[in-house]
Design a protein around this ligand. Structure first.
Ligand SMILES: Nc1ncnc2c1ncn2[C@@H]1O[C@H](COP(=O)(O)OP(=O)(O)OP(=O)(O)O)[C@@H](O)[C@H]1O
Length: 366
């Protein structure tokens, strides 16, 4: 996946820049509050239909305007496309792909996958499970698109089951759903587990680089405890009375989590310093990128927001070294305040474009 051109209209402080990108390395630099991250935000919206910085769509629209618009020329799986995205202050969204309306966000996700490493992501270990689950499912989806329909069917049955539990329906009515629910839950779990198995050796290698420690892994918690290996259907039977009291299904794929474990199964979130946690997340994101490159249907855009801000110069250099080894078809976007620390990276790339941003004005620097 590659974005060749992007025109942004009225997104945050960006009025109407029209940018033509390098297929490899793009550096966006300038002082604080210039609008650098807003360019990454626009790229992120192309693949996700939402910002990575806020869930409130209206915050992204430039003050004094009623909507923002993106128009991109991109190449996805070797085919050129034109993608238009418009979001109104009242929440209405119009998406057009090659002039045809698009109604599903999954179309965007398949077309233009985006991987991001930004300061917001460094809280991965201390945030709730839903946040880690999203990261996990993003990766699973991009390796195996079919997971979406399985997940959606599973979710629908869970909703029906929960409604019956709320209505205090008898066990016979509820258990009628259980076989199907168990089957779909197991399919989702197998795909999630397969993804974790792909991530782990790469994650361990990157942790060796950043933390000097390779005995690190992610472990999938499927969403239920089955210590006796009885299977989910038996658990549903055993948990029925409690589920009924609570009015929802306690054990489900929607409770799944990713555990980040160190040597001797120590929890990374409890043990690592804040700085080490950042390095661990960086390693995880790089491993996710590599899995996409090796097993995904296409490589995502890789966005690195504020690359210099959170890592010391040693680790920053290690990250830059790894970026310099990326495949030539990997498109990368980096924002930074100062160019000096990333000059060695720029020198190692053949195809680099640099954009200077100040007060929302973007200028390509030759
Ligand atoms: N809805 C909005 N309308 C107009 N301006 C906005 C809006 N939201 C944020 N801004 C402003 O847009 C500017 C750009 O912010 P952005 O986060 O993109 O800057 P940045 O260059 O990445 O800065 P930093 O280096 O400090 O992270 C900021 O001055 C911010 O106050």
């Amino acid at each position: 996946m590659r974005v060749n051109q992007l025109t942004i209209t009225n997104l945050r402080n960006l009025k109407h820049p029209s940018l033509s990108f390098s297929p490899q390395l793009n550096i966006i630099y300038g002082p604080n509050a210039a609008g650098k991250s807003s360019i990454l935000e626009a790229l992120y919206v192309l693949g996700n239909g939402r910002s990575f910085r806020t869930s409130k769509h209206s915050k992204v629209i430039g003050d004094q305007y009623n909507d923002f618009t993106l128009f991109a020329k991109l190449n996805s799986s070797g085919i050129d496309h034109q993608l238009g995205f418009n979001r109104q202050r009242n929440g209405d969204t119009i998406i057009k792909l090659n002039s045809e309306p698009v109604t599903r966000l999954s179309t965007l996700a398949k077309l233009s996958p985006v991987q991001i490493l930004s300061p917001e992501q460094y809280d991965l270990l201390i945030k709730g499970p839903s946040y880690r689950r999203k990261q996990l499912d993003w990766g699973v989806f991009h390796v195996e698109h079919s997971v979406l329909s399985v997940w959606q069917r599973c979710h629908k049955i869970l909703l029906q089951r929960n409604q019956l539990l709320k209505n205090k329906a008898p066990y016979s009515d509820i258990s009628a759903w259980d076989k199907q629910l168990v089957n779909l839950s197991e399919q989702v779990t197998q795909l999630r587990q397969a993804y974790c198995d792909k991530i782990n050796p790469l994650f361990s290698d990157y942790c060796q680089v950043f933390l000097g420690e390779s005995e690190v892994k992610i472990e999938l918690y499927p969403g239920w405890n089955d210590k006796q290996g009885e299977g989910l259907e038996v658990l549903y039977k055993k948990q029925f009375e409690k589920d009924k009291r609570l009015g929802f299904t306690q054990s489900s794929i929607q409770k799944a989590d990713l555990k980040f474990l160190l040597k001797d199964s120590k929890k990374a979130g409890d043990y690592l310093s804040r700085g080490q946690q950042k390095l661990l997340i960086t390693a995880f994101k790089l491993a996710q990128l590599k899995v996409m490159q090796e097993f995904g249907l296409q490589s995502p855009l890789f966005l690195l927001d504020d690359i210099g801000a959170e890592l010391d110069s040693n680790h920053q250099q290690q990250l830059l070294d790894l970026l310099a080894q990326q495949p030539t078809n990997q498109q990368i976007f980096i924002t930074c305040v100062h160019l000096d620390p990333i000059k060695p990276l720029i020198e190692r790339y053949k195809n680099v474009k640099m954009f200077h941003v100040e007060h929302g004005q973007v200028e390509e620097v030759k």
